[in-house]
Design a protein around this ligand. Structure first.
Ligand code: NI
Length: 168
């Protein structure tokens, strides 16, 4: 297994465009997903999407459990049902050092494929629902700070750059 460097807002084109669907489900994909789990745990995130490691593919991994032992991946996911709306404050590994408030559905149902290409459905509200929406947004080139006004986004990006400088 291997850690993969995470890319930051404005630092890599993959973060800001629609990712390509996955069509080949092979050993390399399984390995990539293992590496994404490891990278997510190492970064202490509850989700990680492929564009965040500079890869324009519709793959995301999620684990919202306290014990960090219930990882799953969603490949080519699609939101097939959405109900309610609420505001959610969340961070993002690609915009470190910042939080932003984003409008989210309260409940979503998602259809996706697993690492062997099998279709499955997953639904949730609360943290799971928000995480699903956040990661699926990444696969369409959208980050949570993109919901902010231009001014607030600029402030968040300044904060991020300061954070990255301190972390060097
Ligand atoms: Ni994110």
């Amino acid at each position: 297994m291997a850690l993969i460097p995470i890319v930051y807002y404005g630092h890599h084109p993959a973060l800001h465009k629609i990712a390509e669907p996955v069509t080949v489900f092979d050993e390399a994909l399984t390995q990539l997903i293992q590496d994404m789990y490891e990278t997510m745990y190492h970064a202490e995130g509850c989700g990680l999407a492929a564009p965040q490691i500079g890869l324009s593919k519709r793959i995301a991994v999620i684990d919202i459990s306290e014990e960090k032992n219930k990882p799953f991946c969603i490949i080519n996911p699609e939101i097939i049902e959405k109900t309610g709306s609420e505001l959610m404050s969340a961070g993002c590994l690609s915009v470190p050092g910042t939080y932003s408030t984003t409008p989210r559905a309260t409940h979503v149902k998602v259809r996706a494929q697993n690492e062997t290409g099998q279709f499955f459905e997953i639904e949730g509200d609360g943290l799971l629902g928000h995480c699903l929406q956040h990661e699926i947004d990444h696969l369409f080139g959208k980050l949570n700070i993109d919901y902010l006004s231009l001014l607030k986004r600029k402030m968040s990006l300044k904060k991020m750059e300061k954070f990255l400088k301190r972390a060097e």
